[in-house]
Design a protein around this ligand. Structure first.
Ligand code: ADP
Ligand code: MG
Length: 436
């Protein structure tokens, strides 16, 4: 299925295969993973039961079985080594929920109080409170977080409930593939056989008539059967251009709510929570300083915190205001700067590393190009409003998990390697200069 956050996801058709992989092939798989020098890298794996593979693969369980035979000799898993729990957790990974986004770590403020309350209500009473729930707002204000949190909470409340999160890009690709591969019924099952469908960034479907049609049917099917639909978008329904009227009006059937830019208090609270969860020791006045410096996008707010603390730990210096000032000198709040485009980022990164733009788009796996590419992805994630799949597309049609991995990896590396930290900072300051 793909690698996400250092974990390789393996889709298998049934519980039996999952159990076998987990029990008997764990050692060899972990060993093999350690040897693969892939991008993104995985150090552990998780088996996901995907019943959809059923008809195609159930008829041929033999390869799996025979592959298992010699591995009864495989060494037992070394004690204490990290792996994910077997079958029990599979239902959850099938939802595509990101466990990082929960209500617990969502900070409530004036700007999102209503959206949060609506999201909680929907999770507590799917299809009974508001259906659909439509959440809109600018990029980086917590829409995706709320969507995942609804799923997470509902799963905790209702054992066995079927939840599915999907970005509109994935939905589109899935739909197109289902047509190409003649698997329309699998596509329908995937999206219609759920209790809660969480669909992110619906504006992506603008002008895509066929996919809209497919979504229209999915929506109707779910709604008619009292299944919950939650939709996010960057604009309210009536401003969705390139949508049919009947779609837009359907989006207005339930509740429409927005998320706004957080006020200063909320920004500080968000930073405090983030510092806690990342175990960063950051004095209040520094959090406050960062919160005044970055005001319009929570993703950038978090990026600024990570950068300041990375700088302090690299230099083993005190995390104080003057340090934060130095580090954030070149971070220009989007409110008072021209918006930075991904092409600016990519060309600035290429230039900095003396590479061509095509090197960054391309498939070279040489370490230096790969790192430059990951830095460019990191900056696109932090500095633009593009979604992960969009950024992936930009970089030669890479998967969104690759972008997510790049973002995590560079965030981590900045703390450990001065060279990486400096490179990211210098490219940022270049961008800051050209934006002013
Ligand atoms: P959007 O989908 O609206 O572009 P995201 O949900 O991706 O925004 O949020 C961007 C980042 O900000 C995420 O890391 C998210 O966890 C964080 N975030 C957003 N709102 C909050 C909040 N109210 N409390 C804590 N973190 C938040
Ligand atoms: Mg989002």
């Amino acid at each position: 299925q793909g690698v996400m956050g250092g974990t390789l996801y393996l889709d298998v058709p049934n519980d039996l295969t999952a159990a076998q992989l987990n029990k008997r092939l764990r050692g060899p798989i972990l060993e093999a993973l350690a040897q693969v020098d892939a991008e993104p890298a995985a150090s552990t794996f998780r088996v996901v039961v995907n019943p959809e593979l059923g008809d195609a693969h159930l008829t041929a369980p033999v390869p799996v079985q025979s592959a298992l035979a010699p591995t009864s000799l495989a060494p037992a898993r070394p004690a204490g080594e990290e792996y994910s729990e077997p079958v029990a957790s599979t239902a959850r990974s099938d939802t595509r929920l990101n466990p990082k986004y929960t209500f617990d770590n969502f900070v409530i403020g004036q700007s999102n109080r209503f959206a949060h309350a609506a999201a909680v209500a929907v999770a507590e009473a799917p299809a009974k409170a508001y259906n659909p729930l439509f959440i809109y707002g600018d990029s980086g204000l917590g829409k995706t977080h709320l969507l995942h949190a609804i799923g997470d909470y509902a799963i905790n409340l209702y054992a066995g409930i079927k939840v599915r999160y999907v970005s509109s890009e994935e939905f589109t690709n899935d739909f197109i593939n289902s047509i190409v591969n003649n698997r329309a019924s699998a596509f329908q099952a995937r999206y219609r056989d759920v209790d809660i469908l969480l669909i992110d960034d619906i504006q992506f479907l603008q002008g895509r008539a066929e996919t809209q049609e497919a979504f229209f049917h999915t929506f109707n099917q779910l709604h008619d059967h009292d299944k919950q639909v939650v939709i996010t978008s960057d604009v309210p329904p009536r401003h969705l251009t390139g949508f049919e009227d009947r779609m837009r009006s359907r989006f207005e059937w339930g509740l429409i709510t927005d998320v706004q830019a957080p006020d200063l208090e909320t920004r500080i609270a968000i930073l405090r929570k983030k510092a806690q969860s990342e175990r960063l020791q950051v004095p209040d006045e520094v959090l406050e300083y960062i919160a005044t410096k970055v005001s319009s996008n929570i993703r950038e707010l978090e990026g600024a915190l990570i950068r300041v603390s990375a700088f302090a730990s690299l230099n083993r210096s005190n995390l104080d205001i003057s340090l934060a000032q130095t580090v954030l000198r070149d971070i220009v709040d989007q409110d008072d700067a021209n918006v930075i485009s991904p092409t600016d980022i990519i060309s600035a990164t290429a230039q900095y590393f003396r590479l061509t733009v095509d090197d960054l788009y391309g498939s070279s796996r040489s370490q230096s190009v790969a790192t430059a590419r990951q830095i460019a992805m990191y900056l696109c994630r932090e500095r633009t409003s593009l979604s992960l799949p969009k950024i992936g597309q930009l970089f030669g049609n890479r998967d969104h998990t690759t972008v997510m991995y790049a973002y995590k990896k560079i965030s981590e590396l900045m703390k450990e390697r001065r060279s990486i930290y400096n490179q990211v900072s210098e490219i940022t300051s270049q961008l800051g200069r050209s934006a002013r």
